[in-house]
Design a binder for this molecule. Structure first.
Ligand SMILES: *Cc1c(COP(=O)(O)O)cnc(C)c1O
Length: 492
């Protein structure tokens, strides 16, 4: 990091008259053809900088990024696992990259085969009959899956089913997707042990229930043991079971949502299947369905002809229609495909146990200082309810901020909403014991600091490019442009 550029804005590096280019001084012939109202009357107020300053500015700024490639990233519910570099190489191959989505199917057989093969592999891993890879994200997959449920009920002429049951521990996208799909969201409560309360579920059932969304392991990292009973209850009243498989990590090759009684599901390739995510980058949320629901999946679909070639189906009477541009994020799909093939089935089966072992190890080492509201075996992630010693006034937010000073990404905080001081840690299977031990020692040190010098923790971070933000102001009055130059037209 170069201190001269540290935290500066490009406008602050500007010097009047400095240029990063030189062009021959040629005037353009003829009148401006644009309407006068669209023509610039004065020079734009852009930073005036030389090329080297620009290069240093952006290079130094890129060093402020934190990613899985720079450090430990225990962000619960997000599965920030390592993105193997071979995946990138595969998806950048010109044979995949230099094609156009409107090319004939005959000229992109390789891409179609990869799509087809990946959806078949996912169907096998999840115990589903078919998959679409078209949705662009987990939440998009949820919406697509709920549209399948809607199309299914409509195909039976059943229009009474307006409600979707969602547990209080669900990821926020679940109720949002259900509402976006036009359903009424009915919340079902969890028991003190963090799992769905079947007795609370029973009175909600009726012929107005379209289905229920479940996450397993749930967002507390707990396996929901009562799925067979819950599925029987939902199916008994005519609803369908939806599985939020965004974080399928601990189940890979161990058990399958299809075998548990789920009818529709999505997975996040950008979590379980190692494709990068964060920062709003491209994702992929494939949706799987059990036998009998395949015809409702969105268009276009990739189908295999009898002669072994592949075709793209653009029309079908029962499909819910198109939910994406073409066949989704092919590059992301290819990375996940490469991941599955390079791992192979034996190694895929080791992912879950290793992820669970790492989570249990960190949890057991920290529970003397951090409050563990739910004991028993966790799966790939777990939730603390802040520090055990609440007398110091040091909160989960303070702990998360202090962690940044030691070069760790913060865990997920204040989610799930079941505990006031939730701190949710997911180490993933990729981390070595040395990294976990380092993280554990820093977490224990912060717990000691909270008692010895609470102000130090409360005012953290101290060593990052910017210190603690006013998060309420940042959300309510976001400043998205540079404002010092009030006459700058780009700020208007
Ligand atoms: C991440 C996540 C989602 C949403 O996935 P996006 O790709 O961010 O839309 C849904 N459910 C659970 C449990 C998740 O962890």
């Amino acid at each position: 990091m170069n201190a001269k550029y540290y935290g500066k804005l490009i406008f602050e590096l500007s010097h009047s008259g400095r240029r990063g280019y030189s062009l021959p001084d040629e005037t353009v012939d003829g009148e401006c053809q644009l309407p006068a109202s669209l023509c610039r009357q004065s020079e734009p107020a852009l930073p005036e900088v030389d090329e080297l300053t620009v290069v240093r500015h952006y290079t130094n700024m890129s060093n402020n990024n934190f990613g899985v490639d720079t450090g430990f990233y225990p962000l619960g519910s997000c599965t920030m696992k390592y993105n193997p570099k071979i995946n990138e190489e595969v998806c950048r191959d010109r044979a995949f990259n230099d094609v156009h989505p409107l090319q004939s199917a005959a000229s992109v057989q390789g891409s179609l085969e990869a799509y087809y093969d990946l959806k078949e592999l996912l169907a096998k891993i999840c115990g589903m009959a078919d998959f679409t890879l078209n949705p662009f994200a987990g939440a998009h997959g949820e919406l697509t899956g709920l549209m399948v449920i809607k199309a299914y009920h409509r195909s039976r002429g059943d229009s009474k089913r307006t409600k979707i049951i969602v547990p209080d521990s669900a990821h926020g996208t679940n109720p949002a997707s259900a509402a976006r799909c036009g359903f009424e969201v009915v919340e079902v409560k969890s028991k003190p042990d963090g799992r769905i309360d079947v007795e609370e579920l029973k009175p909600l059932l009726g012929d107005d229930i379209a289905g229920m969304m479940m996450t397993n392991p749930n967002t507390l990292g707990l396996f929901e043991y009562e799925i067979p009973e819950i599925a029987a209850l939902i199916h008994g009243c005519g609803g369908l079971m939806y599985y939020d498989g965004a974080n399928l990590n601990p189940l890979l090759g161990i058990c399958r949502p299809g075998d548990m009684g789920f009818d529709v599901m999505h997975i996040n390739l950008h979590k379980t299947f190692s494709t990068p995510h964060g920062g709003g980058g491209p994702g992929s949320g494939p949706v799987g369905v059990r036998a009998g629901l395949e015809k409702f999946l969105p268009l276009p679909k990739v189908v295999k002809n009898d002669d072994g070639t592949f075709a793209v189906e653009e029309e079908s009477a029962d499909s819910l229609g198109s939910i994406s541009a073409f066949l989704g994020n092919i590059a992301v799909q290819l990375k996940a495909y490469a991941y599955i093939l390079t791992m192979g089935s034996d190694n895929l089966k080791r992912v879950g146990p290793m992820a669970v072992l790492n989570a249990m190890y960190v949890r057991e080492k920290l529970k003397s200082k951090y409050e563990l509201p739910i004991t028993g075996v966790c799966k790939h992630e777990f939730v603390f309810n802040g520090l055990r010693d609440k007398s110091t006034g040091v909160t989960t937010l303070d702990v998360a901020k202090r962690l940044l000073d030691f070069g760790f990404h913060a865990p997920t905080i204040y989610f799930p909403l079941l505990f006031h001081e939730a701190l949710m840690i997911e180490p993933t299977e990729n981390e070595s014991k040395e990294t976990l031990d380092e993280f554990i020692s820093v977490m224990l040190r912060i717990a000691d600091e909270a008692q010895a010098e609470p102000e130090k923790v409360k005012s953290a971070p101290h060593d990052t490019p910017i210190s603690r933000l006013d998060e309420v102001m940042a959300a309510r009055e976001p400043r998205l442009t540079y404002r010092q130059l009030t006459d700058n037209p780009i700020n208007a």
